[in-house]
Design a protein around this ligand. Sequence first.
Ligand SMILES: *[C@@H]1O[C@H](CO)[C@@H](O)[C@H](O)[C@H]1NC(C)=O
Ligand SMILES: *[C@@H]1O[C@H](CO)[C@@H](O)[C@H](O)[C@H]1NC(C)=O
Ligand SMILES: *[C@@H]1O[C@H](CO)[C@@H](O)[C@H](O)[C@H]1NC(C)=O
Ligand SMILES: *[C@@H]1O[C@H](CO)[C@@H](O)[C@H](O)[C@H]1NC(C)=O
Ligand SMILES: *[C@@H]1O[C@H](CO)[C@@H](O)[C@H](O)[C@H]1NC(C)=O
Ligand SMILES: *[C@@H]1O[C@H](CO)[C@@H](O)[C@H](O)[C@H]1NC(C)=O
Ligand SMILES: *[C@@H]1O[C@H](CO)[C@@H](O)[C@H](O)[C@H]1NC(C)=O
Ligand SMILES: *[C@@H]1O[C@H](CO)[C@@H](O)[C@H](O)[C@H]1NC(C)=O
Ligand SMILES: *[C@@H]1O[C@H](CO)[C@@H](O)[C@H](O)[C@H]1NC(C)=O
Ligand SMILES: *[C@@H]1O[C@H](CO)[C@@H](O)[C@H](O)[C@H]1NC(C)=O
Ligand SMILES: *[C@@H]1O[C@H](CO)[C@@H](O)[C@H](O)[C@H]1NC(C)=O
Ligand SMILES: *[C@@H]1O[C@H](CO)[C@@H](O)[C@H](O)[C@H]1NC(C)=O
Length: 661
Amino acid sequence: MYSPFVCCLGASLLLAHQVLAVAYSNYILAPSNRTLIPATVYQSFGSVSNPQNLCDSTDSTTTFDGNASVTYDFHNDIAGIVTLEVESALSVGAQLGITFAESSLWISNRSSDATADSGLDATLWFNVDTAGGKYTSVAAQGRGGFRYLTLVSNSTTSITLKSVSVNYTAAPTQDLQGYTGYFHCDDELINQIWYAGAYTVQLATIDPKYGNALALLVTWPPAAPSMYDDWYSNYTITNGTTALTDGGKRDRLVWAGDLSISLETAIVSTYDLHSVRNSLGALFVLQTADGRFPYASRPFPDQESFTYHLHTLINAANYYRYSADHAWLVSYWTQLEKGISWALGSVDDTSLANVSPSASSDWLRSGMGGHNIEANAMLYFVLQQGIHLATVVQDSASLAHWNSTAEHLKVAANALLWDETSGLYRDNETATLYPQDGNSWAVKANLTQSGSQRARISSGLRSRWGPFGAPAPEAGSSTISPFIGGFELQAHYLAGQGSTALDLIRRQWGFMLKDPRMTGSSFIEGFSTDGSLHYAPYTNDARVSHAHGWSTGPTSALVFYAAGIQVIEGGGATWIIAPQPGNLTSVDAGYTTLLGSFSVTFRCSERGGVYQSFAFTTPKKTSGTVRIPGATGVLVSSSGCRVPLVNGTASGLEGGTWILR
Ligand SMILES: *[C@@H]1O[C@H](CO)[C@@H](O)[C@H](O)[C@H]1NC(C)=O
Ligand SMILES: *[C@@H]1O[C@H](CO)[C@@H](O)[C@H](O)[C@H]1NC(C)=O
Ligand SMILES: *[C@@H]1O[C@H](CO)[C@@H](O)[C@H](O)[C@H]1NC(C)=O
Ligand SMILES: *[C@@H]1O[C@H](CO)[C@@H](O)[C@H](O)[C@H]1NC(C)=O
Ligand SMILES: *[C@@H]1O[C@H](CO)[C@@H](O)[C@H](O)[C@H]1NC(C)=O
Ligand SMILES: *[C@@H]1O[C@H](CO)[C@@H](O)[C@H](O)[C@H]1NC(C)=O
Ligand SMILES: *[C@@H]1O[C@H](CO)[C@@H](O)[C@H](O)[C@H]1NC(C)=O
Ligand SMILES: *[C@@H]1O[C@H](CO)[C@@H](O)[C@H](O)[C@H]1NC(C)=O
Ligand SMILES: *[C@@H]1O[C@H](CO)[C@@H](O)[C@H](O)[C@H]1NC(C)=O
Ligand SMILES: *[C@@H]1O[C@H](CO)[C@@H](O)[C@H](O)[C@H]1NC(C)=O
Ligand SMILES: *[C@@H]1O[C@H](CO)[C@@H](O)[C@H](O)[C@H]1NC(C)=O
Ligand SMILES: *[C@@H]1O[C@H](CO)[C@@H](O)[C@H](O)[C@H]1NC(C)=O
């Protein structure tokens, strides 16, 4: 539970915080009760009496007379196991079927949307007794993501139902509304996007006994799909009772790349480190003898991926940053060191990693090979994390080696891959393509050499936006990847372009939240530059996941950059407060680590920079730096310390509550 921080801005704000157990809990999309009933009737066919009776918990019934179907809308994407409570059926042999859809595009009384590469998922049928009874789907056929549930009767008889309910199974160990973080600003769309991102990651958090929805993909090549495929997810992907996977409906696997975004979303909303740790375990257990981490958790077939290998290392560093779990770091240090060595085995005499064709699997972009900029920026980032971790575990030999390798890599990447004319990095030295992933990562990793270079990348990426968001030309001519878009957001902030980041959130994630084909509560895996819900790497549009953790970049970016609350190390032992409001005029945000709560509250003018009020709180016995560009005045702590801002900056501050005067 979030415990309200001491707010020093005035009595009314203070009161607001004391009233709410969890700040802004009215925005939380996760249910308060794990037993859900439909919210409304979306449509019905055939003879059905009073279908809306199943949308309340009274005793009133609904009767299906002959072939008929009703589609119920839960208003949010949800996950779980369906129970039908039947009062009676008029004759023997009656059957009731259920189908699921995340998007309204795939509502059908013949099939669910898809988990396989082609085809659609088969209807689940229940044989209904004349005396009625309760019929519950088996746990392996809990559906990990759906907003619409269709009940279908396919017989001449009449069937009377007392209730339909869903036992909500996502985030199995969480107090679903017990968020430890919050974000609120003067822009309602941005607030809703923040909470939809947090909720999406809850949907992607599962009981690891019910992993892998790719029933046809466990062997390679996959079994040939039929028109209506049997589907189930019953593979135990890792130990423990909870794990953070890629998506609710699918794949229900641990993918290291996806975790690079979803881990940080979890940190700022639920602080569910337990799920993260179990997921990392699923990747570490598969490390090969020569140090390579897998593309994904079992049972996905083993494939080399240079970049996903790096993502595992990045996730390990982030897990340590937010948990300060020193015993964990020490126990995995040999594996981490070996993992970095494996990656450095690709560095050739140019000082850049030369990604071999066999290791080119990535987030389903193409052309990931050679001296690729994304791979090299990520490697540079990993080396910086490695240098920090090596300092912690006092591995001075690795530290020195990684430091000099990183230095040479940075020089070479800028010499060989920076294109001064376009103001962007090339995909590799022979490419004419300027990728979204590599340019975003170059800024994120600080592979760039100056602020003006970062600003050029930010404006170069921005100039390519279409009406629905930021394209990823490295994944075909019409792909929008909300995964790489998350890194682009970070790049705009790191380039000091807070308003650009907000504009992208409003444009792209606003579309993803508000378009009627979406769930209105969770974020889609990928789509097209023309706004169609086709994700180029897949042939089957019904397969796209509408609750994909990798699409939740705004949730952490708003907290880390717009509010500016950044943990540097030690679970928050050191921190930076560096807001970039863009054109937001008020921000109130915070999150909690094992050390306590971090929060920032401010009001400023529309153009940013002129703060009417500014206050923050960090836990006792921590220390940090404040950087508020353009602000002047004196920071005053609740214990009476006074520290003047010099050029908007003050460092060496101790934890506590501070107000700008
Ligand atoms: C949860 O919802 C179900 C179905 O509406 C209801 O029967 C039950 O009483 C609720 N539980 C709580 C604790 O409110
Ligand atoms: C199934 O849905 C179709 C429309 O997609 C409708 O024409 C048909 O009547 C429905 N059948 C049943 C049994 O509800
Ligand atoms: C109804 O059942 C028949 C026979 O099993 C099947 O061929 C048909 O596709 C079913 N219709 C629906 C809407 O499920
Ligand atoms: C129900 O639909 C099935 C085919 O889907 C058909 O064989 C059957 O005659 C229909 N029954 C009624 C009562 O319409
Ligand atoms: C919901 O499912 C969980 C996990 O299978 C189970 O432990 C729990 O008892 C179920 N709750 C209800 C109300 O059926
Ligand atoms: C999962 O369910 C399928 C279909 O019921 C079954 O064939 C398979 O053996 C199960 N796998 C596991 C690991 O339980
Ligand atoms: C689960 O635990 C067992 C026993 O400790 C271990 O052998 C196995 O490698 C673990 N699996 C994963 C995925 O962590
Ligand atoms: C270089 O980049 C281009 C554009 O992405 C790609 O087509 C080509 O395959 C890449 N070269 C290598 C060696 O991977
Ligand atoms: C890394 O190398 C640079 C330049 O050689 C040096 O200034 C710096 O102190 C080194 N950093 C560490 C952590 O050793
Ligand atoms: C980024 O790299 C530059 C050198 O190119 C260095 O001066 C600066 O401190 C680095 N920034 C961060 C945040 O590490
Ligand atoms: C911020 O800018 C966006 C457009 O870029 C605009 O829609 C919004 O109203 C602005 N907000 C404020 C408070 O000015
Ligand atoms: C003030 O900050 C700006 C931008 O961060 C920097 O360019 C400038 O050198 C700083 N001035 C002083 C006196 O530190």
